[in-house]
Design a protein around this ligand. Sequence first.
Ligand code: SAH
Ligand code: TMP
Ligand code: ZN
Length: 406
Amino acid sequence: MSQCHICHEQIRPFISFGHQPLANAFREKSDSREEYFYEMQVMFCESCKMVQLAKQPDEKKMFHEEYAFYSGTSKRMGDHFSSLAKEFKDNELNDLSDGLLEIGCNDGILLKNFVLEKYRHLGVEPSANVAYVAREKGVQVVESFFNLDTAQKIKKEHGTFKVLFSANVMNHIIYMDDVIEGMNLLLSDGGILVLEDPYLGDIIEKTAYDQFYDEHIYLYSLTSMAHLYGRHGFQLFDVQPQITHGGSMRYYFCREGDRAVHERVSSWMQKEEDLGLYNPTTYDKFRSRCEKSKIDFVNLLTKLKQEGHSIAGYAATAKSTTVTNYCGITSDLISVMYDSTPIKQGRVNPGTHIPVLSDQNFKKDRPDYTVLFAYNHSAEIFEKEAWYKESGGKWIVYVPEVKILS
Ligand code: SAH
Ligand code: TMP
Ligand code: ZN
């Protein structure tokens, strides 16, 4: 048994993904230091409806000066955040001094849009290397983990903010009560919290089990979100589904009673009920589909390899760490992974040690089959690498099911 990190109920994990390394800990091939592994189990709390990892490695192990994920590597993610910046400017930030705070601003992919016009803004980012890139773009950054203590320091120096935003970060932090108290302290009267994260509904519907990795401690639904923030006096007043990261949800919170609640909130909650997100049997079925996906994937790769084909992976994503380690896929099956992130290139992937090369090598090598690990960026990648299919190369995907794309 384990304890729910939110409401401390005793709960039993519904699946184990075995021993997993840190998803973004790409290593030098020659590194002889012992690699960190932990057992990655996932559980569902019937009481607060939170789907969560049973354990999370220490945050300093995951977020540091060599953090391997740079938000700016995807052009479409850049477009996604530019259009959100426009929404904030049009609807919420009427005055340049209103203030926008972003938690986990990474390389400044969103905040860079506020620099030129001199909007009052601040990013909080603990990973020094990506914070450095944000500062290079003129973004103001506090290099720190966001928590109540950091919030108190920020308040003294910068006051409050009309909009608090965070994308793909709230799912990374275990001590959410502390974080929400910090946000409460920093939110101006009448201000809003806007949060977006991978959406549990999409994960369950698409059997996207690769959304589980060390950094993703929580996989949110409207219900678990509303419950968690409700405990701190916040009201979920609107939601907007997003196509990013294979299916995400954007949540809009205000202080209770500040704004009218859009009918989308109740209709999405109904959809969650219909999908069975609050029913433990949903997670038992999910486990069976994960087990089947693993067998299908290994069988397909093994068969192709026995037929003499070459197989590579495209994008050494954090998600691919879960998949390769859960399925036990090493360089015997996937000989190499191509990725555009310089810090990953020339290294090996965590746990299974598949070599990672620059995406420049993809065309030179022209593997017969390529597993698309960044299926959430498929539109961008298929456009960029259109030559691959035209030259007879075949893409393999594993979400929502294992298949060779025709
Ligand atoms: N917001 C960006 C980056 C998401 S990656 C995007 O959507 O693309 C997650 C980021 O959260 C990393 O840059 C990591 O360093 C940061 N992070 C992790 N824990 C944090 C914390 N406690 N406070 C602030 N940022 C945190
Ligand atoms: P993500 O799925 O967590 O956003 O990670 C995306 C990874 O994919 C990151 O390592 C960069 C890589 N990538 C490429 O190699 N080529 C591309 O065209 C894109 C969009 C991403
Ligand atoms: Zn709970």
